[in-house]
Design a binder for this molecule. Structure first.
Ligand code: AMP
Ligand code: ZN
Length: 118
């Protein structure tokens, strides 16, 4: 566990979350500020700052994050599809420095891939 990492503390149970799934590699919970009716965060249980820091040792957790996304999306109420977003680093506009995949969906299309710039 990385000290003072918000999502490591969530995995450890030191900070509450609305958990929806956990296995030996990944942990999934509802985003605290959902942008769509379904907005799940799937994270590796071990601390990994971003894909900028990933190595071959992280591949099992990275694969599992994507492998569970469909099941979690369906169970959360998005059976017709979903979008996975992973923000990385400053240019990727990542706010929480523990890797997380946003799984977003609902009963309506989630919209354009990126917010249109002026
Ligand atoms: P990002 O900008 O990709 O780093 O996304 C960070 C996400 O974490 C945002 O969607 C936040 O709403 C979410 N978030 C921050 N704190 C919490 C928390 N304590 N529990 C659940 N989601 C959180
Ligand atoms: Zn962490």
């Amino acid at each position: 566990m990385s000290h003072n990492c918000l999502f490591c503390k969530i995995v450890a149970g030191d900070i509450p979350s609305k958990k929806i799934y956990e296995d030996e590699l990944v942990y999934a919970f509802h985003d605290i500020n959902p942008q769509r009716p379904v907005h799940i965060l799937v994270i590796p249980k071990h601390h990994l700052t971003s894909l900028q820091h990933a190595s071959a040792a992280d591949e099992p957790a990275l694969g599992r994050m994507l492998a569970v996304a469909h099941k979690l999306a369906v169970e959360a109420g998005s059976p017709g599809g979903f979008r996975v977003i992973i923000n990385n680093g400053e240019i990727g506009c990542q706010e929480v420095p523990h890797l997380h995949a946003h799984v977003v969906g609902g009963d309506q299309p989630v919209g354009p891939m990126l917010k249109r710039q002026a």
